[in-house]
Design a protein around this ligand. Structure first.
Ligand code: FES
Length: 325
């Protein structure tokens, strides 16, 4: 992965547990001179970057600012149970430096007449960028933003005057709570649905949508975690399977408890990867032969049918998998 040096130019505690951080290119001179005119490459709504601080683990954050302003804006929830990435991000100060990847996007807006956006808590971040892009393009959308309470919700002032945004707070009246029959309704032609937030929220929205007859190809999601893949991998006591690399013919055993990616890296293969949670798509390779056991939460059924395979989280039902590596 290619890293770019970035510098924190704004660090604002927006709620008791959400910090909004603006990053600019690090031009290596003293603050604030290096910020003048420095722009990161543009990105499309739904994109995320990898972030590496000195003290925290590698993490992925969606870009939520206006895509054209040249800085990258992140909103970070301080999660006490996390691996330390959010604490490290909250501890940053203006002028601190960190490393970021180029933006990648597996949660883009698709071509549709209408877009229905469902955000749960900090899942607002990619969807906020989508509202910016759709506003700029004159797109038709409605944003449903669900959260615990007004005081724990980021970007309330920014969205309050937006007639296309509806808030749903757990601690306010029942009439304003999310009602999927009302807020999603029956399938509509040429309409795309996007959902981002905690796993339970995503599962709720997608489950209701599927029950109401929305076809899977118009439902788009982005997860922040994949507890199922991690739990399955940790609990996997099987005898493992063998991977065979097309480029060299080399064979490696993948024992229970190790991922294909772990074994590739251990054997010196320069295998692409990022989240290692089955949610970013960076590690995906093609399976040339064998029967994959897909455990990622990023590939579509169409991509799986084409032989795509997430090495960080998926395994094999067959004794051997041939990989296009
Ligand atoms: S590294 Fe992110 S899906 Fe595998």
């Amino acid at each position: 992965m290619t890293w770019t040096e970035a510098v924190v130019v704004s660090h604002l505690l927006m709620t008791p547990d959400i910090t909004v951080i603006d990053l600019a290119p690090d031009e290596g001179t003293e603050f604030p001179a290096y910020t003048a005119g420095a722009h990161f490459p543009a990105y499309t709504a739904g994109a995320h970057i990898d972030v590496q601080t000195d003290s925290g683990p590698l993490r992925q954050y969606s870009l939520c600012g206006p895509p054209e302003n040249g800085h990258y804006r992140l909103a970070v929830l301080n999660e006490p149970g996390s691996r330390g990435g959010s604490r490290a991000m909250h501890a940053l100060k203006v002028g601190d430096r960190l490393q970021i990847s180029a933006p990648r996007n597996r949660f883009s807006l698709v071509t549709a007449r209408r877009h229905l956006l469902f955000a749960g808590g900090i899942g607002i971040t990619p969807l906020l960028a989508m509202t910016h892009q759709l506003d700029a393009e004159g797109g038709d959308y409605t944003l449903h933003y669900c959260a615990r309470s007004r005081t724990h919700t980021a970007f309330v002032p920014e969205l309050t005057d937006n007639p296309r945004a509806a808030f749903h707070f757990d601690d306010e009246g029942p009439a304003q709570m999310l009602d999927m029959a009302r807020d999603l309704g029956e399938p509509q032609p040429d309409t795309a649905v996007y959902v981002c937030g905690p796993a339970g929220f995503i599962d709720h929205v997608l489950g209701k949508a599927e029950a109401m007859g929305w076809p899977p190809q118009v439902l788009h999601k982005e997860r922040f975690s994949n507890d199922r893949a991690a739990a399955q991998r940790d609990a996997d006591g099987s005898g493992g399977f063998t991977i065979r690399l097309a480029s060299t013919g080399a064979e490696c055993l993948v024992p229970g408890g190790s991922s294909v990616l772990d074994i590739l890296l251990e054997n010196g293969v320069d295998a692409p990867h990022s989240c290692q949670l089955g949610i970013c798509g960076e590690c995906v390779v093609r399976v040339l032969a064998g029967d994959p056991d897909h455990r990622d939460d990023v590939l579509t059924s169409g991509e799986r049918a084409e032989g795509m395979f997430a090495t960080c989280s998926s395994r094999a039902l067959s004794a051997t998998l041939d990989l296009d590596l």
